[in-house]
Design a protein around this ligand. Structure first.
Ligand code: SF4
Length: 141
């Protein structure tokens, strides 16, 4: 787990949670609390205009606790695992195409359907990048 300083925190000035009183609900301490809290958190985070940046921040910093961008730590871990697996598959398919295999054969070799591969090329996953930081989100949570 990393230690966040106020200088690291993103500028999410339009965060929907900014005035939410029960900030501790965003940081469940058990899996049971995480599951119980998820519907409420989703109702706050899903319409939040800062959701993507909030999620990106947590991914950029490998934050292993709390809800960020409407996703729990468990959900973010699953998202990252899926993203890495798909990236690995794309790299392997690219290698196989370079070796002269057809797309169908390359996908078969990797064990995915051609349509799944084509769909994954168009799907956007949060990317690792640098975000703006300030203290506002910490004060709002
Ligand atoms: S936790 Fe993130 S996504 Fe959820 S309301 Fe706050 S800023 Fe928005």
């Amino acid at each position: 787990m990393i230690s966040l300083t106020s200088a690291d925190l993103p500028d999410l000035e339009n965060a929907a949670c900014k005035d939410f009183i029960l900030k501790e609900l965003f940081f469940p301490e058990t899996v049971r609390q995480e599951i119980d809290t998820l519907p409420l958190i989703k109702s706050i985070c899903d319409p939040c205009v800062e959701r993507q940046r909030c999620l990106q921040y947590a991914l950029d910093h490998d934050i292993e606790y709390g809800f960020w961008g409407g996703l729990s730590a468990t959900q973010r871990e699953l998202l990252e695992t899926t993203r890495k697996k798909k990236l690995k598959n794309k790299e392997r398919i690219s290698e196989l195409l370079d070796m002269g295999l057809t797309l169908e054969d390359a996908c078969s070799e990797v064990g995915i359907l051609v349509e799944s591969y084509r769909t994954s090329l168009n799907r956007k996953y949060p990317q690792k990048n640098t975000t703006q930081h300030n203290t506002e989100i910490e004060e709002s949570k």
